[in-house]
Design a protein. Structure first.
Length: 136
């Protein structure tokens, strides 16, 4: 007796997911939106590896760690500082996008409200309902 394909996939081995190293690298970034929890210092397509390396080298030079513990702490500070800069860039971009669209959103809202008022006026006038059309 054979099983339907959807039942046998899980039973006979891993189903779905990337098989190649290239596919696995792409899948690694699927859930990245702002990059604060990215698995690597540089988010592909958003940041440049050269910028990270320059930033890291400058921070480590300025911090001048001595010994393994200080180096580990300096690297951590550098990485967290880089990520905070990324969040600031993301936040600034999100605010700018919101400000760019708000004028159009307000215009659309005003047109919608105007159409509702106009429809209400027409409905009252056609039905013979004189409430609101004539003063008593």
């Amino acid at each position: 007796m054979s099983l339907p394909a959807e039942q046998s996939n899980g039973a006979e081995g891993p189903s779905g997911g990337p098989k190649t190293e290239e596919g696995k690298e792409v899948a690694r970034w699927n859930a990245t939106r702002h990059g604060i929890r990215s698995p690597a210092p540089v988010v592909p397509g958003v940041e440049k590896a050269e910028d990270w390396e320059e930033y890291r080298d400058g921070m480590l030079e300025d911090l001048a760690p001595l010994g393994t513990l200080e180096l580990a702490l300096a690297e951590r500070v550098t990485l967290l500082s880089w990520r905070l800069h990324r969040v600031t860039r993301f936040e600034t971009g999100a605010i700018a996008t919101s400000q760019e669209t708000i004028e159009g959103d307000i215009h659309d809202r005003d047109r919608f409200l105007s159409a509702i008022r106009h429809k209400r006026f027409l409905t009252q006038g056609v039905s013979g309902d004189s409430r609101g059309c004539h003063a008593r």
